[in-house]
Every structure is written in C-alpha cells, then in structure tokens.
Design a protein around this ligand. Structure first.
Ligand code: SF4
Ligand code: SF4
Length: 237
C-alpha cells in the first residue's frame, strides 16, 4: 500500500516554493512554515478592547496559527503601524505589551477560535473578542505583523504556569502549520504537548497520515523527536 501511495504522491505532487522534499519515503520537516497555502477566505481579527486574554483561541487552533506574546515597550515602538497590542492581564507584566497575532497565510479559516471565544460585545451580541473578516484585504498588513511577531522573544518558560490555559498560550508551539484538515481535533493536542514539554517530548505513530502531518511541522524539532515520528510505537511523554 505504501509503495503505491508514495508512488502516486511523487507523480502528482506540485513543487512548492521553499519546499524541501527528501527522496524516498520521507518528507523533510519544517516545510509547513514556508509553504503559504492561503486557503482561508476569512481569517480571525482580534478586538483588543474586548479580549480578556484567556488564551482559549490560542489553545484550540489546530495549526498554531494564532499565538500570543508579551513583550517590552521598546519592541512595541518598532512594531509595524497596524500591529495591535493591549496591556497584559498578568501580575508584574502591566508595563509590557500583549499581542494576539494571526498568521494570515497559514490560517485555514475554520473559525474554531471564534467559536470558543467566551466574550461577546455588549452593544452587538454578534461580535466577539475575535471575529472572522475577509482575508484578501488583511493579507499584506497581517503578513508584516506576523513576521515582526515571530521575531519577538519567547516567554521565559519558567515564569509561567503550565497548568493554566491563560499561561500556556504564551508557550512556544513546536508543531505548527500542519497539513491537517481545517478544524482538526487532533493536532491541537499534539501542539499543546509540544508547548508543555518542548523538545523533551517523544511522539511516535504508526499511521501514514500522522507521519506526513508531523513532517510539515517545525524544523526546530530535535533530531531525536524527528526520529521518533518515523518509528512505530506509542505516544511517550
Ligand atoms: S480560523 Fe482556524 S486555523 Fe485560523 S486561527 Fe482560527 S482556529 Fe486557527
Ligand atoms: S478566546 Fe477571545 S477573549 Fe480569549 S484570548 Fe482569544 S480573543 Fe481574547
């Protein structure tokens, strides 16, 4: 079955800019980060004034497309003009800046993040703290914002609780932009595990779909984690 599958894949695949596909039966890790699929017609837009910074939208996104960071005023001064920020709702971080950022070209438009958002506008119940809007008009500005956002420093893992959704949203995901279907209910868990355990996590899986999904993930995965993905076994933390 595998030989047929991979043979068909090789015959039908189209080259993608920046993609590094290895020969044989493997696909290089990390190409999901450079393959901009642009499949969402609508993407989420953050309302910084309504947001309570609960982190639920970050938690449920299957593709690690929506993320948050807390950063200093100096870095905020250099941010693109359209980048949004709010005062962080964490003790001791009040002087910093909090941004909830979407990768516009990696979003699948599933709207799971909007569904889970618990905040509704008092003046318009159809509006939440995050709402879907047409992607085309937002793409360029949000692409610039996303690029700047990626360069912001990651939070110190020792300074946040690993037992609260609100804090976990600030932990860097090592599994991103997977090729899973829009709204996938599985990849959010894998992403969460990488946030909680970082590169100490071992995952192994027997099925081709999970293996190919994993192959699109972050190139910063450790070699041992990459090896584990290709073995047959069970999930080990
Ligand atoms: S619409 Fe879906 S893919 Fe896009 S940020 Fe929200 S949860 Fe993630
Ligand atoms: S789920 Fe809504 S309130 Fe919570 S962080 Fe996301 S946008 Fe803000």
């Amino acid at each position: 079955m595998c030989a047929t599958f991979w043979g068909r894949l090789r015959r039908t695949r189209r080259p993608v800019a920046g993609e590094r596909v290895a020969r044989g039966r493997s696909v290089s890790n990390g190409h999901g980060a450079v393959e901009k699929r642009n499949i969402a017609q609508y993407i989420p837009v953050w309302d910084k004034d309504l947001c309570i910074q609960c982190g639920k939208c970050v938690m449920v996104c299957p593709h690690a497309v929506i993320r948050s960071k807390v950063y200093s005023s100096e870095l905020a001064d250099k941010a693109p003009a359209t980048m949004q920020w709010a005062k962080p709702k964490w003790k001791g971080m009040e002087q910093d800046h909090y941004t909830l950022q979407v990768a516009p070209e990696d979003c699948t438009g599933c709207a799971v993040c909007v569904e889970v958002c618990p905040v509704k506008s008092k003046s318009d119940a159809s509006k939440k703290a995050i709402n879907m809007a047409p992607q085309a008009a937002l793409r360029e500005g949000e692409r610039e914002n996303w690029d700047y956002f990626l360069g912001l420093p990651e939070v110190d893992r020792t300074k946040v609780s690993h037992g609260q959704v609100k804090d976990i949203q600030l932990l860097q995901p090592l599994f991103e932009f997977s090729g899973a279907c829009a709204g996938c209910g599985e990849t959010a868990y894998i992403k969460l595990l990488t946030q909680l355990f970082g590169d100490r996590l071992y995952i192994a899986n027997a099925t081709a779909a999970r293996r190919s999904t994993a192959a699109t993930c972050r190139r910063r995965l450790t070699a041992r984690m990459r090896r584990a993905w290709t073995d047959v076994g069970e999930l080990v933390v």
